[in-house]
Design a binder for this molecule. Structure first.
Ligand code: HEM
Length: 136
């Protein structure tokens, strides 16, 4: 049974990732946090590899991801995650047949839940100074 990554194929996966981030950069709320990305070709390479491996493909890049630190720095919030997931669902439905789009979206939703939990547990607050007792 081929993995989901293999069923999609690397070229098609890369095209989905590129289209998604083009839409992110034009989105009224997601564009601002993503303005911190300066090397878009590199970001797209890293994200394509991230999804390839997340969907069962073999690693082909020697890159260490720093997902909590980067999302803390980017100002991740649950509301932005809702925007992100809605846009991702839209891109997947436009680019892929449902039997490939649906399991990919399910994987994204699971990762989104982990990010939401990290946010709730305060992992993303470490990059910012904690409020002091005198501030209310
Ligand atoms: C399920 C949803 C999401 C997934 C799977 C995801 C995944 C990732 C991954 C794998 C990276 C690369 C990290 C690295 O290079 O070490 C990344 C970077 C980034 N993500 Fe997300 N992300 C999600 C949601 C969001 C949301 C809601 C925001 C809004 C703030 C966001 C903002 C960013 C930014 C700005 C970067 C680039 C940071 C930098 O290079 O400095 N992400 N994301």
């Amino acid at each position: 049974m081929p993995t989901l990554a293999e069923q999609i194929g690397l070229a098609r996966l890369k095209a989905v990732v590129a289209r998604f981030y083009a839409q992110v950069r034009a989105h009224p709320r997601l564009a601002a946090p993503f303005a911190r990305v300066h090397d878009w070709p590199e970001h797209l390479d890293h994200l394509s590899h991230f999804w390839w491996v997340s969907l069962g493909g073999a690693r082909y890049l020697d890159y260490r991801y720093a997902v909590p630190a980067k999302h803390a720095a980017a100002g991740f919030t649950p509301a932005l995650l809702d925007d992100w997931l809605a846009l991702f669902a839209h891109t997947l439905a436009a680019e892929l047949p449902p039997e490939l789009a649906e399991p990919w979206l399910a994987r994204a939703e699971k990762i989104g839940q982990s990010l939401r939990l990290m946010h709730e547990l305060g992992h993303f607050a470490q990059a910012a100074p904690l409020p002091t007792a005198t501030e209310s």
